[in-house]
Design a protein around this ligand. Structure first.
Ligand SMILES: [Zn+2]
Ligand SMILES: [Zn+2]
Length: 96
């Protein structure tokens, strides 16, 4: 069985990648990981800095409850698994 499910948006039959809930940079190398589809993974790293991920957004629930993520998740759940998704980089991270 090679059907993968994204732990964030819950879509199935997607390619998933490993997301370190605590970024490796902050000691999460051996920490918990989540299997995320590629758009979800990109979305997380577009919105949050590694510092924010390590400091607060290190559970799937907290990620899901962030207002921008909520909006994104509502939208992504309607997209077909095979569809190519482009994630725009968030302006918030500019200048860091
Ligand atoms: Zn997903
Ligand atoms: Zn990641």
């Amino acid at each position: 069985m090679d059907e993968e499910v994204c732990e964030l948006c819950g879509r199935s039959s997607v390619d998933t990648t490993e997301h370190h809930l605590i970024p490796k940079q902050y000691g999460g190398t051996d920490g918990p990981v989540a299997q995320l589809c590629i758009p979800c993974h990109k979305q997380i790293h577009a919105i949050f800095t590694n510092e924010e991920l390590a400091g607060f957004y290190h559970t799937l629930l907290r990620l899901q409850e962030h207002p921008t993520m909520e909006k994104y998740l509502k939208w992504i759940r309607k997209q077909a698994p095979g569809k190519k998704i482009t994630i725009k980089k968030s302006n918030r991270k500019k200048g860091r």
